[in-house]
Structures are given as structure tokens and as C-alpha cells.
Design a protein around this ligand. Structure first.
Ligand code: ADP
Ligand code: MG
Length: 627
């Protein structure tokens, strides 16, 4: 025998693929609950034993299946929800890929009982490792009752990666909560080890939130509601006196599908700006409804990521709706009688609106065709008039962007350095004239002391690094994927990744070794493009090797540095006004804003004398132009 290569038997190949679809009990819970919702049930029970590893059972009173479909539903790509590619554009159901039951049956022992309304008898079917072991007719209630036993009974390697029952139960419970929040009109019951944990009666969203999260939410839910052609927004944001570390209580549903969307989370957090204590995030429960053809849910198998065709429009409507909810709240909740201070601040205490300041330059004449001015007094008056006019035209805003510049040392411009190309081509956005991006690479903003020029890549590296370095923050925003990605490395990279895996986990990654040189990525920091997972990890590894560490804290720092470098916003990336503000505010409110962790300069402030010498204007102010 000369060949060492085996072709894997089909059942082994299936098991490997299935393990990736159903990577833990919670993933199976999500799929089974979604199937019950899609079946039109209005009562759904979930039973979990030992965190789901021994039993996951879902009982629904939905449409049920015919005897033929009871067998068919376990075949790969079997779905009743889609028949051609065009249907993908109009998806209204939660499922449509037809992979869940096939995957679950490949790695568990499944028993199904199901009956349609029109059938007198139902069907019982047992299937394990994709082999049907029993099929018979039976008497059963209308709907579907599916038991998934001994998950990964035939894939010990995967079973070994399950966490404790307690942790697996929490993941599963979170999926249950999400689906219960997405469908307040359905009655849900949750049993853990045969004990009833939760019974959520048919309700509305407001009461459903309180059923799940408790009475402390009772007076804290502020209604968000907007209805414009093409978009309906409904739900609740929590009043700013409730906030949490991290984004754990942020629920966004699009056409009832739970969605993770960093951009929208940022946007809503921005609507709270100045209302929340630093480092805290708001809680929200928001449903968006829009025509299915306006979204693409098929960009990722977990279907928790989404692309909006008209994101700009959605963001504007949503932002206004949330702002409005928070504003109404302010008026509603001020207790004029008590004389008590408000429970939260609207702006940081240290904020003092700056006085507009005009420095008159007696020798400077702003007119192209100067009227003969006989005295210095005339110049002053003419200048002041003209300045006022100019200000009016520019609509200079008297409450500029709030930048906290404590601790930033001003630097004299190094006039010998290159980059003195003064041809500024980008024009600031009309509504926000005070801070803008040029060459898709630099951020320019006037400060009291001059003009700040910020390198966006170095700034972003600094901001990321600071967020990693904050030992007590512990919540680097991360996106969990139910359908994880497999990445492959060389043997030496594998050793290295094993070594730094745990540290990466605290930076928003969730990486598991699955044997050989393969790893499974279950979660990654927000903003990482999925297609680049492998590349980014490779780059982090190579930055890290070039920089070996002695101590644990040094190791952690090197890893943070490598990760910040790879994930930073690069030169050439256009940024929205919000992103610019977020970046600069983070930069200036953190430590060491002047240099990136790898020592690159982040910003320069061109003070008055630097500008004057840049323009070859002597500091004494005479019009000594020489070109
Ligand atoms: P998908 O949900 O993507 O269609 P699944 O593998 O989850 O794929 O399910 C396959 C098919 O089995 C569904 O399309 C549906 O027709 C049927 N099915 C699954 N669960 C139920 C249920 N609880 N009640 C009725 N039909 C179901
Ligand atoms: Mg499904």
C-alpha cells in the first residue's frame, strides 16, 4: 500500500461538518426553538437536562409534519421554507438553510413525534448518527415533540470541549431568552433538570422583558416607537439609571430575528452620550421591521449577522427615535416638587461651553478691495463686521465637539518635517464643521490652542490597546458566532497560538483547539471581517513572535500590542462623523494619546506660531509675505 491518504467515510465527514453547525447545546436549542416558531406554534416548551448535554427537548403545538416529512426533515438541505434562490430575498421564517436537523441527527440520538391537524395518527421516528432506527405511527398531540439525547455521543473530541453544565445551561438559557423576547406573543416554558424555571405567558414586549429580567425593569423601560414607510421601530430602551458593563443586555431584532450589529449598538450608545457613567453600556430591546428584500441575512450561517441595503436611513430613523424616547423620559421624570437633583447628568460636570474668542489683528486687512481706512479704528471695526459675517456664513457652532485634552502636551510643529503640503482638499461636512477627515487617513480638528492633526491608524491602535490594557474593563466587544470558523496553521504557529490563546480570549476572541493544526474560532472582536480571521490571526502571531516576552504581564502586553496593530483602523479607511468623534473622544479620554503602543506619533498640535511659520508669516504679525 503506497497511499497514506484516507477518504473519510461519509458518516465521519458528516459528523465533522455537523459539529461545526451545532457547536454546543445552545446552538441546537436555538435551531429547535426557531423551528417551533416557524411552525406557527403559540406554546413552546423547552426541557434541558445537564445543561443540554443529556437532553434537549422542544415541544410545540405548531403545524406538525406528515409521516413522509418526519423522515425527510433530517436529510441535508431539507427545508420547506425555500425552494429557489429567488426566495432567499423574501425570507420571513427564522430557518431556511435546511441544515439544522440533519446536523443535530448526525451527532445525537434524536426521537421525533409529530402530527398534523389533518392526520389521525402521528409519526414516531428515532434516528441516531443519521441512521433511522425506528419509524412507526403513534398517537400524539398536534405539533412536534423532539428529543435530542446525548449530544456528541459519537464525537468524543467535541464532547470534551463542552464547558460545565452550569455554563452550557447559561448559553442555552440565553438563546431561550432571545427567542422569547423576539416572540412575546408566544407562551414559553423552560424546564431545567425537570424543574420549571420560567413560565412566560403570552404577553407584550414590555411585560415579557419584566417576566424575564425581573421587576427592576418595571419603571425603567422607555418606549421607542417610529413608523415610517419602509421601517417600523418598536421596543424599549432602558432609562440611563440602568446600565451595565458590556453589551450583554442589548437586544436587536430585525423581522424578529436576533441580530448582532456593532454599528447599531454604537449608534444607540451614542444617543445616550453624556447620560451614562463612563464604561457603562445601555440596555435596549428593539424590534425593527422592514421588507425582507431590504436586508441580507445570508451573509453568515448563524444568521445573526445582517446587511442592510439602506443602513444610513435606518440609522437616522433609529437614532432619532431613541433620542426622542430618552428626551421624553427627561421631561417625564423630572420631579419638580421634590427639588431633588436629576438621577443622571446630561453632560459631564466638567463641561463648560467655551466662549467664542476673537483676536483682533490691527494690521490685517481681510478685504480683497479694501475701503480706504484712515485710522486703525476703522480697520478694527471693518474687521469685526467682516468676521461676524463670516461666522454667520459658516454657521460656526458655539458648542463644539467636546474634546478632553487633559494631559496632552502641546508640541511645536516641526517645520522641517515633510507633509507640509498645505493643499487641504477635503471639505468639512456642513453640519459639523469642527472635526473632519482628510485623505481618508488623518483627522483634523481645531483646538483652543491650535490645529490638531491626528493619524487615525496610530490613534485607533492606541485606543484599542488602552481598551485591552484596562484590567477591570474585561469586556472587549466581541461577536459570537454559532457557526464557527475553522482555521489552519503551521505546526509552529499552532504551538504559538496554543500559548497565547487564553490571552486572546480576554481580548474578545474565543478560540478552541480542535486537533492537529486546526482551531475553531467561536467569537472574535467586533469589527473583524470574517473573511480575514485567518489572516489576522496569522499577523498577530507573526507580530508576537518577532517580539518574544519574558514575564506574563509582558507577554500579555505584547499580545495586546500585536492585536491592536492588526485590528486598528487603517489609513485609507473613510470614517463617518460618528466614528471620528468616537475615536477622538476615546483617544483623549485615555492614557498616552500622543503615541501608539508601538511608539508611532498619534498627533501633532500646530499652535499659532507653528502655523505662522508654516505660512512664512513672521510671528510679529507684519504682512511680510515672501514666497
Ligand atoms: P430549516 O429550518 O432551515 O428549514 P431544519 O433542518 O431546521 O431546516 O428543518 C427542516 C424542515 O423540517 C423545516 O423546513 C420544516 O419543514 C421541518 N420542521 C422542523 N422542525 C419542525 C417543527 N417543529 N414543526 C414542523 N416542521 C418542522
Ligand atoms: Mg430550522
Amino acid at each position: 500500500m503506497d497511499s497514506v491518504i484516507n477518504i473519510l467515510p461519509e458518516n465521519v465527514a458528516n459528523q465533522i461538518a455537523a459539529g461545526e453547525v451545532v457547536n454546543r447545546p445552545a446552538a441546537a436549542v436555538k435551531e429547535l426553538l426557531e423551528n417551533a416558531v416557524d411552525a406557527g406554534a403559540d406554546r413552546i416548551e423547552l426541557h434541558l437536562t445537564d445543561g443540554g448535554r443529556t437532553l434537549i427537548q422542544v415541544v410545540d403545538n405548531g403545524c406538525g409534519m406528515s409521516s413522509e416529512d418526519a423522515e425527510r426533515c433530517f436529510m441535508p438541505h431539507a427545508t420547506s421554507k425555500l425552494s429557489n434562490a429567488d426566495d432567499l430575498r423574501h425570507i420571513r421564517t427564522m430557518g431556511f438553510r435546511g441544515e439544522a436537523l440533519a446536523s443535530i441527527a448526525a451527532v445525537a440520538q434524536v426521537e421525533l413525534q409529530t402530527r398534523r391537524e389533518q392526520d389521525e395518527t402521528g409519526t414516531r421516528l428515532c434516528i441516531e448518527g443519521n441512521k433511522t432506527t425506528l419509524k412507526e405511527s403513534c398517537a400524539c398531540a398536534q405539533g412536534t415533540n423532539i428529543c435530542v439525547r446525548n449530544l456528541y455521543f459519537n464525537t468524543p473530541a467535541r464532547r470534551q470541549f463542552l464547558k460545565s453544565d452550569e455554563i452550557e445551561y447559561r448559553y442555552a438559557e440565553e438563546e431561550f431568552n432571545r427567542i422569547a423576547l423576539s416572540q412575546p406573543g408566544i407562551c414559553f416554558q423552560l424546564y431545567r433538570n425537570e424543574q420549571k424555571i420560567n413560565h412566560l405567558e403570552t404577553s407584550n414586549l414590555n411585560r415579557r422583558i419584566i417576566q424575564i429580567f425581573g421587576k427592576s425593569f418595571e419603571n425603567r423601560l422607555l418606549k421607542v416607537s417610529e413608523d415610517v414607510p419602509g421601517l417600523k421601530v418598536a421596543g424599549y430602551v432602558c432609562s440611563p439609571d440602568y446600565s451595565v458593563k458590556g453589551r450583554g443586555k442589548q437586544y436587536l431584532f430585525v423581522n424578529r430575528r436576533i441580530i448582532r450589529h456593532g454599528g447599531i449598538s454604537n449608534l444607540i450608545e451614542k444617543a445616550y452620550q453624556g447620560l451614562l457613567p463612563e464604561g457603562k453600556s445601555p440596555a435596549f430591546f428593539i424590534h425593527l421591521e422592514m421588507p425582507p428584500q431590504e436586508i441580507d441575512v445570508n451573509i453568515h450561517p448563524s444568521k445573526t449577522e445582517i446587511r442592510f441595503k439602506n443602513q444610513d436611513f435606518i440609522c437616522k430613523v433609529l437614532f432619532a427615535a431613541v433620542k426622542f424616547a430618552l428626551g421624553v423620559n427627561q421631561v417625564d421624570r423630572i420631579d419638580f416638587e421634590s427639588g431633588q437633583p436629576l438621577p443622571y447628568q446630561y453632560r459631564s460636570k466638567s463641561y463648560v461651553p467655551p466662549m467664542p474668542k476673537v483676536n483682533l489683528h490691527p494690521g490685517y486687512n481681510p478685504f480683497t478691495n479694501p475701503a480706504p481706512a484712515s485710522t486703525e479704528q476703522d480697520y478694527r471695526e471693518a474687521y469685526a463686521r467682516n468676521f461676524a459675517l463670516m461666522q454667520e456664513n459658516m454657521q460656526v457652532n458655539s458648542a463644539p465637539v467636546q474634546l478632553n485634552l487633559d494631559g496632552v502636551e502641546e508640541v511645536q510643529a516641526d517645520t522641517k518635517s515633510e507633509g507640509s503640503d498645505t493643499k487641504l482638499t477635503a471639505s468639512p461636512a456642513a453640519e459639523e464643521p469642527r472635526i473632519f477627515q482628510i485623505f481618508n487617513s488623518y483627522i483634523i480638528t481645531p483646538l483652543k490652542s491650535g490645529l490638531a492633526v491626528i493619524d487615525q491608524q496610530a490613534a485607533s491602535e492606541r485606543v484599542l490597546f488602552n481598551s485591552y490594557d484596562e484590567p477591570e474593563s474585561g469586556s472587549v466587544p466581541s461577536q459570537r458566532t454559532l457557526f464557527p470558523q475553522t482555521v489552519e496553521f503551521s505546526a509552529s504557529q499552532t504551538r504559538l497560538l496554543q500559548e497565547i490563546k487564553e490571552d486572546l480570549c480576554s481580548l474578545g476572541w474565543e478560540i478552541e483547539w480542535i486537533g492537529g493544526n486546526s482551531f475553531m474560532v467561536n467569537a472574535m472582536p467586533q469589527g473583524v471581517e470574517e473573511s480575514r480571521t485567518q489572516d489576522i490571526l496569522e499577523e498577530i502571531l507573526s507580530d508576537y513572535t518577532g517580539n518574544p516576552a519574558q514575564t506574563d504581564s509582558e507577554k500579555r502586553q505584547k499580545i495586546s500590542m500585536a492585536a491592536a496593530k492588526e485590528l486598528a483602523i487603517k489609513h485609507g479607511t473613510p470614517l463617518s462623523q460618528e466614528e471620528i468623534l468616537y475615536l477622538t473622544n476615546q483617544l483623549f479620554s485615555g492614557k498616552e494619546p500622543e503615541f501608539s503602543p508601538s511608539g508611532k506619533r498619534v498627533l501633532r498640535i500646530l499652535d499659532k506660531s507653528a502655523l505662522e511659520s508654516l505660512l512664512n508669516r513672521s510671528a510679529t504679525g507684519n504682512n511680510s509675505e515672501n514666497v
